[in-house]
Design a protein around this ligand. Structure first.
Ligand code: PMP
Length: 405
């Protein structure tokens, strides 16, 4: 019962809001967050490796020494100190830009929301990978975009298929607004778009005049390698880059950013000012001070080894306990994408998994078209290795039970 009679205001909602529904998955997550449940579901980064005393001292200094700026309203585009530091971070993905090119946002999720707000009218087509980030699908749905999945292989989106979809959609009279991709260690697929595929996709999108949205929060979290050059570096006018400090520093600060071509950037700032006036001055000050005064690159190296060990724990346990599942072996990021044997319905199985004290996200969450029914996303970012192994053992027990049903 989704409460029409119980809600006095049920007749007052916008058409947009009626497309926003709380998923059953959210309800299960409340249960999944109980300590006895091993959650392989959420994408929460570990904070164990953060230099907490140093961060506490930065927070204290921001309040004590920079109160006039840190506790005040700021610029809608973001604080200059934060934008200067972001310019430095962008060099790690091969992008040379200027603080004026950067818009600071309340996490990269907010950047996504602003982008879709300024680009998409109801019914406009936005192309996404198969599968795609659940949070992006939520934003797209809330602005009534027509989401079309494009096939991917081990190297990323298939450029030939992409072109065919764009041509087909346009022939059917629809407007194709953007291609949304997560090119490093994709959420949920775990794959990285190769360098040559990045070039091919940028070429196709430039030729067909489709804007690329490059959402790159996991760029620095490759286990054994530095990031590939961003697609933005190949066509700064054709690719909007989204970055985040959530995975490499602290998600609770809610600081992300966009690097966009000038006219689009101005629209983003106007939309941001309408939504939030300005991003948090305090959080930006904390992030900027952290980046300017700590060895954040060393911290990222620690994170890489922590997540590598957890990836090994997850993949090793899956190979041992669920040998006939087909999985990606991510070389970075937080997630493994698993195709279940016998076409097991992962949505139907979830309540039984939670009862067995293990949680995951069913594959349908990452599809706008009902696909992914026999897939699941398993994350290895939060529980320590021994808990991950225990979680997979529990999961294997649930799968064995399903097969007997
Ligand atoms: N994009 C992707 C691909 C993500 O995985 C996430 C976090 N789950 C976000 C964006 C949002 O991150 P932020 O905390 O910066 O809003």
């Amino acid at each position: 019962m989704t409460g029409t009679r119980l809600d006095r205001w049920h007749g007052a909602y916008s058409r947009r809001a009626s497309g926003m529904t709380a998923s059953q998955i959210r309800a299960l997550f409340a249960v999944a967050s109980r300590p006895e449940v091993v959650s392989l579901a959420g994408g929460m980064p570990t904070l164990d490796a953060l230099p907490l005393p140093e961060v506490a001292e930065i927070v204290r200094r921001c309040a004590a020494d920079s109160a006039a700026e840190a506790l005040q309203y700021g610029s809608g585009q973001g604080d200059i100190l934060a934008r200067e530091q972001i310019v430095d971070v962008m060099t790690t993905v091969g992008v040379t830009c200027d603080p004026d090119d950067v818009v600071v946002t309340t996490g990269s999720q907010h950047a996504l929301d602003l982008l879709v707000r300024v680009l998409v009218d109801p019914g406009d087509v936005v192309l996404v990978e198969t599968p795609s980030y659940v949070g992006a699908l939520g934003v797209l749905r809330s602005y009534e975009a027509d989401v079309r999945h494009v096939p991917v292989d081990a190297e990323g989106v298939d450029p030939v298929a992409l072109e065919a979809v764009v041509v087909g959609e346009r022939a059917a009279g629809r407007r194709v607004k953007a291609l949304y991709v997560v090119p490093h260690h994709q959420n949920p697929g775990g794959t990285t778009t190769s360098a040559r595929r990045r070039a091919a996709l940028v070429e196709v999108c430039r030729r067909l005049e489709v804007l690329v949205v490059e959402d790159d929060p996991y760029a620095l979290l490759g286990f054994d390698h530095d990031p590939l050059p961003a697609m933005h570096s190949l066509d700064p006018d054709g690719v909007v880059y989204l970055g985040s400090f959530s995975k490499t520093f602290a998600p609770g600060l809610r600081v992300g950013w966009a690097v966009a071509p000038p006219a689009l950037r101005s629209k983003l700032v106007l939309a941001a000012e309408a939504a939030v006036l300005c991003p948090s001055s305090f959080s930006q000050r904390v992030v900027a001070t952290y980046l300017a005064t700590s060895d954040w690159r060393a911290h990222v190296k620690v994170l890489r080894s922590v997540y590598r060990e957890r990836r090994d724990a997850l993949v090793g346990a899956l190979e041992q306990h669920l040998p006939d599942a087909v999985l990606t072996r991510p070389d970075g990021g937080f997630f493994t994408w698993v195709a279940m044997p016998d076409d097991l319905d992962t949505t139907a199985m979830l309540p039984r998994a939670v009862a067995a004290r293990v949680a995951y996200v069913p594959g349908t969450a990452f599809h706008a078209d009902g696909g992914g029914g026999a897939h699941m996303r398993l994350s290895f970012c939060f529980p320590p290795p021994e808990r991950i192994a225990e979680g997979v053992r529990r999961l294997a027990g649930v799968v064995a039970g399903e097969r007997e049903l």
